[in-house]
Design a protein around this ligand. Structure first.
Ligand SMILES: N=c1c2ncn([C@@H]3O[C@H](COP(=O)(O)OP(=O)(O)OP(=O)(O)O)[C@@H](O)[C@H]3O)c2ncn1[C@@H]1O[C@H](COP(=O)(O)O)[C@@H](O)[C@H]1O
Length: 97
C-alpha cells in the first residue's frame, strides 16, 4: 500500500504557513484571504466540481490531478475552519465496525 505520509507532511506545512505566513505562499494567501474561511470553502467547492467532472468523463490523469487539488484544498479548509485533522481521523476510527 502507498505511503500516506504525504498527507501528514502537507498538514504540517499548512500548520507552519498558518503560524508563519509568507507573501510567496499559496497556503498563506488562502488562510489570510480577505474573504476569510469562505475563500478556502469556495476552493473546496470548485475543486470538488472539477473532480466530479473529470471522474464522470473517465479521464484518468485529470481525475488524479483534480483529486490531488481537492485533497490539498480540503486540508487547507480544515485549517481555515479551525478543525484539527486529528479529530477527523479519530471520528473515522470511531466509526469502525
Ligand atoms: N499541493 C499543493 C497545491 N496544489 C495546488 N496548489 C495551488 O493551488 C492553486 C489552485 O489553483 P487553481 O487551479 O484553482 O488556480 P487559480 O484560479 O489561480 O486559484 P485562485 O486564484 O482561485 O485561488 C494553484 O496556484 C496551485 O499552485 C498547491 N499549492 C501548494 N501545495 C502544497 O503546499 C505546499 C506549500 O505551498 P506554499 O504555501 O505555496 O508554500 C507546497 O510545498 C505543496 O506541497
Amino acid at each position: 500500500m502507498r505511503d500516506w505520509n504525504i498527507l501528514e507532511e502537507l498538514w504540517q506545512v499548512i500548520q507552519d504557513r498558518a503560524e508563519h505566513p509568507s507573501a510567496e505562499s499559496y497556503v498563506s494567501s488562502i488562510l489570510t484571504h480577505r474573504k476569510g474561511v469562505d475563500k478556502s470553502l469556495e476552493k473546496v467547492g470548485e475543486e470538488a466540481v472539477e473532480f466530479i467532472i473529470a471522474a464522470k468523463n473517465q479521464v484518468p490523469e485529470r481525475t488524479i490531478s483534480e483529486a490531488a487539488d481537492l485533497l490539498f484544498h480540503f486540508l487547507v479548509a480544515l485549517k481555515a475552519s479551525g478543525t484539527d485533522v486529528a479529530d477527523v481521523l479519530d471520528e473515522l476510527a470511531a466509526r469502525r465496525k
